[in-house]
Design a protein around this ligand. Structure first.
Ligand code: NAP
Length: 317
């Protein structure tokens, strides 16, 4: 009789952790190089870009394309050449020897080369009330939650491209969108700024931080502090959308490869990490560009380099 407690082990040449634009582009290139890649999707199938309402700057789609639609096209394209996409989540890794070992919920994977494309997550404000009221008025995704704020008054925290782009999107639903920014000028690009300042639903509170989110079962207000004067105030609101940057999803890998001060994976121009045969692509290794096209490009480059690495290994170099 088969031992049902036995852990399933799957051995592959190349495993890709993460299924966003970087991971699926890597899968496409590796599949076309006949490396038979396996993608572990992680919890967010098709990555963060898939929850963006419209992607207007991915070449080839002059009318724009929905994030979810583009993610599905990436997957279909990779699968057409034989890439296997598996719904599973890496829970621990051992990169100290080859083959590398990836432990997932119900399976152990082994591979001589791995591409990490686990992306980045929303940075948290870390103020009282944020955690307790997440999903009850606190959100990190306008596209996902905007609909719930029809004709409500909401605040957006942050002054970068994401805050302004999402804030503008939220004006489709909300009565008013007040941007709370810790400085007196936005970091967002000029075009977004122009649209934001021209939109009658957008308001701005400058030089101010949110120090607490208040509400019993749902958000009712935010406590604000002016960073210049120290003055505190309470601003009533129905929702708090937080867009203050990202933190890379690298906790799983800490201590096993080189990370920078902010936790991003350090890679060389070949997308290779500090461990030979271990590559990284997309936002997990890119604090600067964070675009679908740059992530996709990094994924393609990582797959080309992983293929070369595996060829050298087979030749015994
Ligand atoms: P970002 O550019 O790093 O901006 C983060 C914003 O949050 C900044 O305004 C920052 O203030 C503020 N902030 C950071 N920590 C804070 C804190 N603890 N409390 C209050 N405010 C805080 O992040 P992002 O907007 O997510 O964009 C990241 C990258 O993606 C950028 O390269 C951006 O260009 C790109 N992106 C592009 C598009 C697009 O092209 N349409 C859309 C979204 C994102 P300071 O300004 O004072 O630092």
């Amino acid at each position: 009789m088969a031992n049902t407690n036995e852990t399933k082990i799957e051995e592959r040449k190349l495993i890709i952790i993460g299924s966003g634009p970087a991971g699926l582009s890597a899968a496409l290139y590796a599949a076309r190089a006949d490396v038979d890649p396996l993608v572990l999707t992680g919890m967010t199938l098709h990555g963060q870009a898939s929850i963006t309402s419209t992607i207007d700057n991915y070449p080839g789609f002059p009318e724009g394309i929905g994030g979810a639609d583009l993610g599905q096209l990436f997957q279909t394209h990779a699968e057409r050449f034989g890439a296997q996409i598996e719904m599973n989540q890496a829970t621990s890794v051992d990169f100290s020897q080859r083959p590398f070992v990836i432990q997932a919920y119900d399976k152990t994977y082994k591979a001589n080369s791995v591409i990490i494309s686990t992306g980045a997550d929303h940075r948290k404000l870390d103020v009282p009330g944020e955690k307790e009221l997440t999903g009850r008025g606190v959100s990190y995704c306008g596209t996902c939650d905007g609909w719930f704020f029809k004709e409500k008054d909401i605040v957006v925290v942050g002054g970068g491209d994401a805050a302004i782009e999402e804030g503008l999107f939220l004006t489709r639903f909300a009565n008013s969108v007040t941007v709370i920014h810790r400085r007196d000028e936005l970091r967002a690009g000029a075009i977004l700024q122009k649209h934001a300042f021209a939109n009658p639903k957008m308001k701005f509170i400058w030089d101010t931080v949110v120090t607490e989110i208040l509400g019993e079962n749902a958000v009712q207000s935010v406590r604000l502090k002016n960073v210049r004067t120290g003055e505190e105030s309470i601003n009533e609101t129905d929702g708090v959308f937080i867009f203050i940057g990202h933190t890379p999803n690298t906790e799983l890998f800490a201590g096993q490869l080189e990370l920078d001060q902010e936790g991003y994976i350090v890679i060389d121009k070949n997308m290779e990490t500090s461990v030979p045969g271990l590559f990284a692509a997309g936002e997990v290794a890119d604090p600067d560009f964070r675009q679908v096209i740059t992530s996709a490009g990094m994924g393609a480059a990582a797959a080309i380099q992983a293929t070369r690495y595996l060829e050298r290994l087979e030749e015994g170099d």
